[in-house]
Design a protein around this ligand. Sequence first.
Ligand SMILES: [Zn+2]
Length: 386
Amino acid sequence: MYFGSVRFFKHVIVGVTILLIVIPCVLCAVMAAKLGEVDAENEELKTEVAEYRVLGHKSEYSAEELFDLYKENLTDKEGFLKLASDYDSNAYNAAAQTEAKEEAIPVNAETKPAVTTKVTTAAGTIPAETVAPDDDEDIEFTGFETTEAHDPDEIITNVRPAYEMLYPDLYAAVPENLVYNADMDYVYLTFDDGPSKYTDSILEYLKIYGIKATFFVIPDGTDECAAKLRKIADAGHTIGIHTATHDYTKIYASVEAYLEDFKLAYDRVYDATGIKCNLFRFPGGSINDFNKEIRSDLIAEMTRRGFVYFDWNVDSSDALGATWTEMYNTVLKQTAAANRAVILMHDYNGGWNTILVLGGRVRALLDDKRGYKLDKLTEYVKPVQF
Ligand SMILES: [Zn+2]
């Protein structure tokens, strides 16, 4: 008889032992797989946030998907903000700004000390003597400066960077006898990263309130984009250059790389609208974590070419997933604190926050007892720069 036999009990003991080993192992494997999935999801989200924040909002999500993503994550707002803060370019900017101030970087061509060195043919530079003005261009060539050699035995001359000779028609028309508008109660709404599917709505809002604003654009060269640029221009708003690619790593790799990207965007705006932009905004602002190496040279070169850049002194946080109330309060508080407020806002696919708050924000600014005047930026507005 098998049941009750010694053999039966042996089998029971072996069976139970195997189950005691196998069940926990299976459970462990299942849990590990689950945790792996959560990790993978978090990694994926981090990557998306990184792409969204750092690579200039170039997300493959549609506006609706982004809306859902943000809404979902905003229910765990603390967690989401922690996640986003790793990639928050404003945090990078704040750190970079502190560093830059410590380094006391010169901000324009006038204050930039002349580079004096021996004549050299090192890559990226050309000896001044070999450079001749191009008679065919209408750019006034003022010549290169030379300096006295401290040691009479050494031939020392100013060596100007080769990129100064690139794109000889890429110069801004600087108004003569420029006098800035000194009125402190002006507020300038600026929209970065457009045109987008939201541009029409933004233009509608601005039309309803009868105000002009500034669009720092990313023209992609398509007919659709060109049509929207024309619509912005026809409505009387200012178009400024933002970038063609918004790829921080690429455009801030060198002054040449930045100029190439800028020239592409500049030409596309000109082809679409006939406008030669004088104003621009650096992607990530003039001081960011990506342009450290070339920042002072780049700013000097763009300034030398007559282009004027605007940073901002009010961040609407519309790209940071803030709530309506937060954005509303931040804008009003920062605007009150800043004389001549330049407000950073966005016009890109996924910029649903901007659309949600734009009307209310504009209304609040217009209704404020201080009597703000909302207008577009021009070269007559004293630049707001970090
Ligand atoms: Zn941007």
